[in-house]
Design a protein around this ligand. Structure first.
Ligand SMILES: NC(=O)C1=CN([C@@H]2O[C@H](COP(=O)(O)OP(=O)(O)OC[C@H]3O[C@@H](n4cnc5c(N)ncnc54)[C@H](O)[C@@H]3O)[C@@H](O)[C@H]2O)C=CC1
Ligand SMILES: O=C([O-])CC(=O)C(=O)O
Length: 311
């Protein structure tokens, strides 16, 4: 059984800890935040559900990195969320400093953890954690694709009046408006989605998915947390269980899809070693063009990050 640290006890971090505790698959969850009392309070509140919800995962809140010692998996959610009118990329100057500081502190107390980054702008914050940690590429990756496909699947389930469980889909690219949902790889209980829905309606759902995060920011004044928290917890679960599951995740590309030295969303198999395998799909010309557009966008944000680091 494993020890998991969640950094950031805000909306997303507290949800990751809460969902993980309910899954009852790890020994201990440490919830760390610079606001120590907030972390302690949310951890205590979560733990007090245990008799009702029947779980025994211990959960502790703290601001002290010593408590994170020996973590197997670390989920980084620390950082500011966007407000209406902002893009995820607008968060870079604040969140890069936070993610780099958190990564350094984590590595001071845990030797070889698997790091899952959630903070935005996701693809570049994952790159920052990778470079700063010096960990191998299979041990540092980001959560985005599970959330983005969940939104796509949920929209399709509503439209088709079917169970979201029966919808399977692949989505690639950066975690932003250039993400690439792939209708050609979308099925409803094994049936190609294109046989179940009109093209125009599907196009509308793809467009809504791409702006799915922004839709929620518009409604709530801050970004989402229930689905993002559940998505990160699902990644932890599949690493701990090592059950061979395949999800779209933001990973380091080292020649796959003809791309190098960039973090981007692609389908991967997760396992106890982190990324077990990157799956290379045979994309058609149009899909590849969309992926390259997304790559170009993420490279632009990476350049901003690199300039910040050189100052
Ligand atoms: N990858 C994805 O799909 C998603 C990413 N996000 C991102 O996750 C991040 C967190 O979002 P929320 O939880 O809604 O924000 P929040 O404001 O509710 O929580 C953030 C927490 O981070 C803490 N924090 C700040 N600096 C810290 C540091 N140096 N060390 C430890 N803790 C620190 C704050 O005290 C706060 O409690 C944002 O950057 C947001 O954009 C949110 C949803 C989905
Ligand atoms: O939209 C945001 O800023 C937060 C996020 O990444 C998401 O919910 O997809």
């Amino acid at each position: 059984m494993s020890k998991v640290t969640v950094v950031g006890a805000g909306n997303v971090g507290a949800t990751v800890a809460n969902v993980l505790a309910h899954k009852d698959i790890v020994n201990e969850v440490v919830l760390l935040d610079i606001q120590g009392d907030l972390a302690r309070g949310k951890a205590l509140d979560t733990w007090q559900q245990s008799p009702i919800e029947s779980f025994s995962t211990r959960i502790k809140g703290t601001e002290d990195y010593k408590e994170t010692a020996g973590s197997d998996i670390v989920v980084i959610t620390a950082g500011v969320p966007r407000k209406p009118g902002m893009s995820r990329d607008d968060l870079i100057s604040t969140n890069a400093k936070i993610v780099n500081a958190v990564t350094t502190s984590i590595l001071e107390h845990s030797e070889n953890p698997t790091i899952i980054v959630v903070s935005n702008p996701l693809d570049v914050m994952t790159y920052a954690a990778y470079v700063n940690s010096g960990l191998p590429k299979n041990k540092v990756f980001g959560m985005a694709g599970i959330l983005d496909t969940a939104r796509y699947r949920a929209f399709l389930a509503t439209e088709l009046e079917v169970s979201p469980r029966d919808i399977q889909a692949v989505l690639m690219g950066g975690h932003g408006d250039t993400m690439v949902p792939l209708p050609r790889y979308t099925t409803v209980a094994g049936i190609p989605v294109t046989e179940m829905i009109e093209e125009e309606v599907l196009d509308g759902i793809v467009a809504r998915t791409k702006k799915g995060g922004g839709e929620l920011v518009g409604l709530m004044g801050t970004s989402a947390w229930y689905a993002p928290g559940a998505a990160a917890a699902q990644m932890v679960e599949s690493i701990v269980k090592d059950d061979g599951r395949i999800f779209p995740c933001c990973v380091y590309l080292d020649g796959e899809y003809g791309m190098e030295d960039i973090f981007l969303g692609v389908p991967v198999q997760l396992g106890k070693e982190g990324i077990k395998k990157v799956i290379e799909l045979d994309l058609n010309e149009e899909e590849m063009e969309l992926l390259q557009e997304s790559e170009n966008h993420v490279r632009g944000v990476m350049d901003t990050y690199k300039e910040m680091q050189n100052k």
